[in-house]
Design a protein around this ligand. Sequence first.
Ligand code: IPE
Ligand code: IPE
Ligand code: MG
Length: 243
Amino acid sequence: MSSVAQQDIPQHVAIVMDGNGRWAKKRFMPRFFGHKAGVDTLVKVVNHFADRGVKYLTVYAFSSENWKRPEDEVSGLMGLVLVAVSKYLTKMAADGIRIRIIGNRETVSQKLRDAWEQAESVTEGNSRITLSVAFNYGGRWDIVQACQRLLREGVPPSEVNEETLGRYTALSYAPELDLFIRTGGELRISNFLLWQTAYAEMFFTDCLWPDFGKEEIDRALAAYAARDRRYGGLRPAPLVAHA
Ligand code: IPE
Ligand code: IPE
Ligand code: MG
C-alpha cells in the first residue's frame, strides 16, 4: 500500500517509457523482445496508477524522431500497436480505462489510424483513468499544429494567449501535467510534452521500462508528494512567535 495521502497524489502523470532495447540486450534478445515486454508493462502500470488515484496518464510510445530507426524496428513497432490493440483492448475497456491517442495521424498507415479510432471509441465512456498514448508525437509538432489550427480558424492575434493556444494543444482535455517520469536513465525530454512540462515535477529513474512497476511507481509518487511546488512564488512564510 502507498503511504501517500490522496491530496498529494498527482492528477496527471506523463512517462517517457525508455529502455526497452537495453532491457532486451541484457537478456541477449532482439530489441523487439523488449518492446513486446514494454506493452505488457504498460497494461499493468496504467492499472497501478489508477489504483493510486491518478486520473490521467500520458505515455510516450513513438516519437516523431523514432522514424530514424532501422526500418525493421519501425515496422515492428507499428505492427506491435495492432497486436496490442487486439490483445488488450477488451481488457483495458473492462478495466475502466479511457484511451486517447495524441500525435500526427496523417503520416501513419490507415490500419493504424483505424486501430486508434477503435481503441478510442470502445473506451469512450470510461472514466477510471484516461490513458493518452503519444504516438508519432513531438512536443514541437504539438505547438506547431496548435498554431496552424488556431490560424485556420481565424483567431485574431489579440486573442492568442497561453490559455487559447493551450486549448489547441493535443492534451487540451487533460488537467495540467503534474509529474513527468522518464525511465531508462537518460536525463532529457526528447521532444515529449514541451508546452505541458512548464511546471511539471521531474522524476528520472535508471529502471528500464519493462522493469517498471508498483515499487517504482510508489517511489515516484512519494518523491512527488515531498516536492514544494511554488510556481515561481514563495512558500507561505513560517509563523514567527512574538514575545
Ligand atoms: C523506448 O525504448 C521505446 C521506444 C522508443 C519505442 P528504446 O527502444 O529507446 O530502448 P533503449 O533506449 O534503446 O534501451
Ligand atoms: C524517447 O526515447 C521516445 C520514446 C520513449 C517513445 P528515445 O530512446 O527515442 O529518445 P533518445 O533517443 O534517447 O533521446
Ligand atoms: Mg531509448
